[in-house]
Design a protein around this ligand. Structure first.
Ligand code: FAD
Length: 289
């Protein structure tokens, strides 16, 4: 039996009143699991700048949880991006997930702002120079769609860690082998920062499959078949919980100690998987949200 992992949870900023209530419900369910931190994404194309800031500020002020703000290079000058980061630090939020970011839909790929950060390594370097942040970055066990050659994701992660990042969180993946291969290659490349697996509980297979195609996560045929059958039998929830628990258990048995859950602001699956992994609720955190 492995020890229970340390967990963190990712949310996206709500765009409506109803969505705000859903986020708050999600936080209420997951906060008692004493996450290492919770993080709030930054919309593709920089579209949720204010919403991210507001959600980060509210979570920090009202829950007492450690909050990490995602920040991207898209569509902003260096000064604007650093001003946002410094605003977080001034408000007491000292953790950043630093990303190049995805461009707006149909824009044909990432083009740096003429006065902006050209890439994620430049952003990490500038954030590290301030000395104000714990910096996390993205990592890609399955090849990122923009990887120019085989192994580029490892070289690029090394650049980001060398630029001052403290930890990496992976894109989600469906087969543990992809993570193990990536971890081994990172170790060989001299990357000694922790690499935390990003876990995507599969709430809705059709939606997650679209998402996986867009971000380059490999979709195994057996998984597609399994969900087709489970959906026919009305047992997709059961399959999602058992597959996710099994994958996390395998990762823990391979020496992983920390897991980062993409919650999509829906807490039930993440809560059930955490319970199965032995992550116990703490009474003192039951009323923080
Ligand atoms: P990078 O590491 O900068 O680049 C990704 C890959 O592209 C590299 O591994 C490398 O193979 C190649 N590459 C990039 N630049 C170069 C270069 N100059 N030379 C050679 N190769 C290069 N997106 C959002 O918009 N908002 C979010 O809040 C958000 N949160 C995320 C959280 C996590 C944990 C992860 C893993 C991803 C998140 N994303 C988010 C998605 C992310 O923005 C996209 O995957 C984006 O396309 C790459 O950003 P990055 O900083 O991870 O990439």
């Amino acid at each position: 039996m492995t020890d229970a992992p340390e967990v963190s949870f990712e949310f996206f900023p709500p765009k409506s009143l109803e969505a705000s209530f859903r986020l708050w419900d999600t936080v209420q369910v997951l906060a008692p699991l004493a996450p290492r931190f919770v993080s709030v994404t930054y919309g593709a194309g920089g579209t949720t700048r204010e919403l991210t800031r507001d959600a980060v500020g509210t979570l920090h002020k009202h829950t007492g949880l450690d909050v990490a703000a995602h920040l991207t290079c898209v569509n902003a000058t260096r000064e604007e991006t650093l001003a946002i980061a410094n605003g977080f630090a001034d408000a007491g939020v000292n953790q950043i997930v630093a990303l190049r970011g995805d461009p707006p839909k149909d824009s044909g790929g990432f083009t740096p702002h003429p006065d902006g950060f050209a890439n994620s390594a430049e952003l990490v370097e500038a954030l590290a120079e301030t000395g104000r942040f714990t910096i996390r970055v993205g990592a890609y066990p399955d090849p990122h769609p923009d990887a120019p050659y085989e192994g580029a994701d490892i070289d690029w992660l090394k650049r980001k860690i060398d630029a001052g990042a403290h930890e990496a969180i992976t894109q989600f993946f469906f087969e543990t082998e992809a993570f193990y291969r990536f971890r081994d290659r990172c170790e060989k490349a001299g990357i000694d920062a922790p690499i935390v697996p990003g876990i995507m509980p599969i709430e809705n297979w059709a939606g997650i499959k679209r998402f996986a195609k867009a971000c380059g996560a490999y979709i195994p045929a057996w998984l597609d078949d399994a969900f087709a059958k489970a959906e026919r039998d009305g047992r997709a929830d059961l399959l999602a919980t058992s597959l996710c628990t099994e994958m996390c258990t395998e990762l823990l048995e391979s020496g992983v100690e920390k897991l980062h859950f993409y919650t999509l602001n829906k807490p039930e699956l993440t809560r059930d998987v955490c319970a199965a992994l032995g992550v116990k609720p703490e009474a003192r955190l039951e009323h923080v949200a």
